[in-house]
Write a protein that binds this ligand. Structure first.
Ligand code: 13P
Ligand code: SF4
Length: 338
């Protein structure tokens, strides 16, 4: 598996743009081409539930952050094309350093990860030398090197409960998830003040109005949402937790307070049920993650064809960051989380 020795068109602009800008024949069947590249290069496409539906449909594996990291750790492919955001692709590289990890767009970042710069966090930690540091996986590789145990929204409560009660805990970077964890575990956490721009935007007034219009609809919410939304939710869970809930619950209407990309899988799995995206405070499409949506089929095809942009991390960062992710995967496996 290697790209040709021909110069890659558009490569000189990669650093500035974040992706290869190369004209593609508009008649090209991108889905068929991506399938062909997978076979040719022994590659897999991993996609987060927040990706556009076409990308989800062409992926070998679609999942939430925890499932994607588990899949990245076990895949036998030579190349991983990661359709998600930067920290997720970094996690895949940390878990499979011998594999080539490529992404459609390097600028697909995350407001939460950006809210916690590693040098500032390092200073912050000086105040809590005896604390266990738990970081939501939505953070940079540099932050993971300062972390004892990572977590995702699927396993965060289990991770917190696994820490001896006498130990103090620093939790970064999401303050909403942190507050939710304090509530469900009864532990008090030193929380970093970060938020996700998508999950903090839901309007409690508009959700309440929707509940009046759809009195039988259940409100389901991701724990990155703010406390007033979580307080009135009928069910709170990670992306995969929400997807499982709508399949097992007898209700037929759901108001969904998370990134709207998950509605695609909900509709596929439950064609007879109605899913209403929870409305944001204004009229923008703010319940779509602008970073996730930077990825397109065209960029996915190009990154697989030219094996660029590639995620590269220094060996010492991989080694240090890996311990925190391995610990998370061990605890998840011990409680049977898949
Ligand atoms: P999960 O995939 O853990 O549900 O997290 C949601 C999210 O915001 C990912 O960026
Ligand atoms: Fe980050 Fe929020 Fe987008 Fe998830 S939805 S990638 S937490 S900005």
């Amino acid at each position: 598996m290697t790209h040709s020795s021909q110069p890659i068109p558009g490569l000189s602009q990669l650093a500035e743009k974040g992706y290869l800008e190369i004209d593609i024949d508009p008649t090209l069947d991108l889905e068929a081409e991506i399938q062909r590249l997978k076979r040719e290069k022994n590659a897999v496409v991993l996609a987060h539930y927040y990706q556009e539906s076409e990308i989800q449909d062409v992926a070998d594996f679609v999942g939430d952050s925890l499932q994607l990291s588990q899949e990245a750790a076990r895949t036998k492919a030579d190349m991983i094309a990661f359709a998600g955001v930067h920290f997720m692709a970094e996690t895949a590289k940390i878990l499979s350093p011998e594999k080539k990890v490529v992404v459609p767009d390097l600028k697909a970042g995350c407001s939460l990860a950006d809210s916690c710069p590693a040098p500032v966090f390092s200073k912050f930690l000086e105040k809590y030398p005896d604390h266990v540091v738990v970081s939501y996986v939505n953070c940079t590789a540099a932050l993971k090197t300062m972390t004892d145990i990572c977590c995702t929204s699927s396993n965060a409560a289990h991770i917190i409960r696994s820490i001896p009660p006498e130990k103090g805990i620093v939790f970064a970077p999401d303050k909403n998830l942190g507050a939710y964890l304090e509530k469900v575990t009864g532990r008090s956490l030193v929380k970093w003040d970060g938020v996700c721009i998508v999950h903090e935007i839901f309007s409690i007034e508009k959700i309440t109005a929707l509940k009046v219009r759809y009195p039988d609809a259940k409100l389901i919410a991701h724990p990155e949402c703010e406390e007033p939304v979580l307080r009135i939710a009928d069910f709170i869970g990670s992306t995969s937790g929400l997807l499982q809930f709508v399949q097992r619950d007898p209700a037929t209407e759901f108001i969904v307070a998370t990134e709207s990309g998950i509605l695609h899988q909900m509709q596929l799995k439950c064609p007879g049920k109605t899913f209403i995206p929870a409305p944001p405070e204004n009229t923008c499409a703010c319940n779509e993650c602008p970073f996730m949506k930077l990825n397109t089929m065209e960029k996915l095809y190009l990154c697989m064809k030219y094996e660029q942009p590639e995620i590269l991390l220094p060996a010492d960062v991989i080694a240090k960051a890996r311990a925190s992710i391995d610990r998370m995967l061990e605890i998840s496996a011990a409680v049977g989380l898949k």
